[in-house]
Design a protein around this ligand. Structure first.
Ligand code: HEM
Ligand SMILES: *[C@@H]1O[C@H](CO)[C@@H](O)[C@H](O)[C@H]1NC(C)=O
Length: 319
């Protein structure tokens, strides 16, 4: 009797997991019938944005990360503040820092012209992030699609769910674990810092106070980042090649050239991830493969699918 009911519990549990999985299933061919020109529109929008400013590939990639970690990949990060909605753009990790919103707007209006009311802002962002990486010489992959857009945002969740540059390795591991991402995913996704830049405000304490930093590197960064003020001065996250998506980030980190405190936590800080960081520093192919796997996993965080959410007409406001 106990055995039978235990089995019944198992059958029901498996059925529930399958049901949830079926609802949440994204597919790379989702818009093949309804918007065949989607991928080429996104690609051409990203091509001109990156031609104008290579850093934009990085900025859009980060936008996607900050979307997915806050209540899932639902384009909540793109919503503007209004009288009825407090968005995520002014949350601490995002304010004066996240950028690229106009690039997504421009792509969205071309997609709306071609396929009105069909493609979510969340999916456009997922494709644009992939293209940004690839246009800066990174890998490419088929992006699972079929996400829908949130009608709301959460500034509180943006403040609490996004990792801080002062985090230690244990906190980074647990923040990613809470999103279903393991240590390999954490290290691979951190390799996104092979492109783009950080503000002085994000690396000041590292270059003045950390001891696990190359001394000459710290001195050079202090020259762009005074002890007080000039918070917005920029430095490349990868001192070797910040407009090329390669494994330079990991080669920096194993030599104590990590720009953020959180970057350097991935090697030599007792976080238990040193061997993964060292592997990516040696083997750019392993990094590229694991980055793709982890990007797809990150893109699968709690999507709205089916009839949940909506397809926004304007990425900045609910319909
Ligand atoms: C592991 C935890 C992470 C922390 C603590 C972190 C923190 C930061 C910080 C503080 C900046 C600089 C922001 C500024 O100063 O304005 C930054 C930039 C950036 N982050 Fe992360 N990040 C993390 C993971 C990720 C992930 C998973 C991705 C994407 C997959 C990502 C992509 C980027 C990119 C591309 C930039 C440069 C953006 C630009 O130049 O506009 N980061 N990150
Ligand atoms: C460095 O650490 C000291 C002592 O904790 C602190 O007072 C100071 O503000 C820190 N400097 C920076 C730039 O973070």
């Amino acid at each position: 009797m106990a055995g039978v009911s235990l089995m019944l519990v198992r059958v029901v549990a498996v059925a529930c997991v399958l049901a949830v999985g079926a609802v949440a299933q994204l597919s790379p061919t989702f818009y093949d019938g309804s918007c065949p020109s989607l991928q080429s529109i996104v690609r051409s929008g990203m091509t001109s944005a990156v031609q104008k400013e290579p850093r934009m590939g990085a900025s859009i990639l980060r936008l996607f990360f900050h979307d997915c970690f806050v209540n899932g990949c639902d384009a909540s990060v793109l919503l503007d503040d209004s009288s009825t909605l407090t968005g995520e753009k002014n949350a601490a990790p995002n304010a004066n820092s996240l950028r690229g919103y106009e690039v997504i707007d421009a792509i969205k209006s071309r997609v709306e012209a071609a396929c009105p009311g069909t493609v979510s802002c969340a999916d456009i962002l997922a494709l644009a992030a992939r293209d940004g990486v690839n246009l800066l010489s990174g890998p490419t992959w088929a992006v699972p699609l079929g996400r829908r857009d949130a009608r709301t945002a959460s500034q509180a969740a943006a403040n609490s769910n996004l990792p801080s540059p002062t985090s230690n390795a244990a906190t980074l591991v647990s923040t990613f674990a809470s999103k279903g991402l393991d240590s390999r995913d954490l290290v691979a996704l951190s390799g996104a810092h092979t492109i783009g830049a950080a503000r002085c405000a994000s690396f000041r304490s590292r270059v003045y106070n950390d001891t696990n930093i190359n001394a000459g590197f710290a001195a050079r960064r202090r020259q762009i980042c005074p002890a007080q003020g000039s918070d917005g001065n920029l430095a490349p996250l990868d001192a070797l090649s910040s407009v090329k998506f390669d494994n330079g980030y990991f080669r920096n980190v194993v030599s104590q050239f990590g720009l953020l405190h959180s970057d350097q936590e991935l090697f030599g800080a007792g976080g238990g991830v040193d061997s993964i960081t060292a592997q990516y520093a040696r083997n750019s192919g392993a990094f590229a493969r694991d980055f793709v796997t982890a990007m797809i996993k990150m893109g699968n965080i709690s999507p709205l699918t089916g009839s949940n959410g909506e397809v926004r007409a304007n990425c900045r406001k609910p319909n």
